[in-house]
Design a protein around this ligand. Structure first.
Ligand code: NDP
Length: 330
């Protein structure tokens, strides 16, 4: 099988050369194991944190060992009675073409009428994250004004649609002009963060929603957070889902200069990791999958072809070259 490794911890934005494509013979399949031909790989921003060699909420990648990530594929050999050849499954043995894993680390794909890669995006971890962040963490209520950053990405593009379905004014912050267009085509006010400092972004948010926001769904950090804090309504809730503007940063960041807005607006800010709330995944699927299958939810995918393109797909997340979920098709 062929798989990607890294041999050192990157500083700042990783170079393409960090990633090495290696090959090895797989050992014979052991009792209880399953061998899978991967068909789709997910690349996600959180993988950058796993490259630093430090345990956060998840173990770091081991240098020289295959990288990991969500993937879907087809069982090609099984010594676990729960799986048979041809079964379509999801697991964490990504960044490689063939995965060999204990059966208890493999789950069958649900059977909703959607393409298999949907379980890596809109009906997988990113979709569940959008749902949990809005409903469980931010406790979004009917009619709330909602602000979402990285609003054209995998998580953000679902958060804005969920919010729009039961919200008041929904505003999305994004960089890439195609994302801004997509947001506007869904009746979501779109603000570019590019070329704006925190004060200018704050002014643009005020123009877009003079009443202020009841909920801020945070994916970016830095200036976006500072601008959002200026525009909170009383008793606003901020769900801290991610802070992608920091993931390749080399020095310590200045915090938002206006954290006191939390006090002034009696607001609450809470970070969360979707896997602590995975018990909601079933409810999320049952509510959301029919809306995805019927086309009511518009989800977008950016697909790169071939295992070799996996590092490029990953790195492109940090320059915004993905519309919706970034995927690699094998
Ligand atoms: P996206 O599909 O949103 O891809 C990342 C996007 O972020 C890019 O397309 C880019 O869009 C934007 N971006 C990149 N760098 C910057 C920057 N410096 N400043 C502003 N925007 C930037 O990724 P996901 O939907 O998978 O993830 C979105 C966020 O959610 C991330 O922060 C991620 O870590 C977090 N997350 C958290 C989880 C949790 O459990 N807490 C689970 C899953 C994701 P643009 O064109 O707008 O610049």
């Amino acid at each position: 099988n062929r798989y990607f490794t890294i041999h050192e911890h990157p500083e700042g934005m990783p170079d393409r050369e960090l990633f090495q494509l290696e090959a090895a013979e797989l050992p014979a399949l052991q009792e209880g194991e399953v061998r899978i031909r991967n068909t789709w790989l997910s690349v996600d921003p959180y993988m950058r944190g796993r490259m630093d060699g430090v345990t956060t909420y998840i173990e770091p990648f081991t240098l020289g060992k295959p990288l990991e990530g969500a993937a879907v594929g087809e069982v090609i050999e099984s010594r676990d009675s729960r799986f048979k050849e041809g079964d379509r499954v999801r697991h964490m043995g990504g960044w490689r073409d063939i995965a060999q894993l204990p059966g208890d680390q493999v789950e069958p794909l649900p059977t909703f009428d959607v393409p298999p890669q949907a379980y890596l995006g809109v009906l997988g971890m990113p979709g569940t994250t959008a749902w949990v962040g809005l409903n469980v963490i931010a406790d979004m209520q009917e009619g709330d004004n909602v602000l979402v950053s990285a609003a054209g990405g995998a998580v953000g593009s679902l958060a804005v649609q969920l919010a729009k379905a039961k919200g008041g004014t929904v505003v999305g912050i994004a960089g890439d002009p195609k994302k801004l267009e997509w947001l506007e085509s869904h009746g979501i006010k779109a603000i570019s963060y590019r070329g704006k400092d925190a004060r200018q972004l704050s002014e643009a948010l005020k123009d877009a929603c003079p009443e202020g926001f009841d909920v801020y769904y945070e994916n970016v950090g830095g200036d976006c957070l500072e601008a959002a804090l200026d525009n909170l309504r009383v008793c606003a809730r901020i769900a801290i889902c991610g802070m992608i503007s920091r993931y390749n940063a080399e020095g310590p960041a200045a915090g938002p200069a206006n954290l006191a807005m939390l006090l002034i607006r009696r607001a609450r800010m809470q970070g969360f990791i979707v896997f602590d709330h995975w018990e909601h995944h079933g409810d999320f699927l049952n509510e959301f999958a029919p809306r995805v299958a019927s086309g009511e939810i518009d989800y977008q995918e950016t697909v790169m072809d071939g295992l070799e393109s996996t590092p490029d797909a990953f790195l492109a997340l940090f320059t915004g070259r993905n519309q919706g979920k970034m995927l690699v098709k094998l």
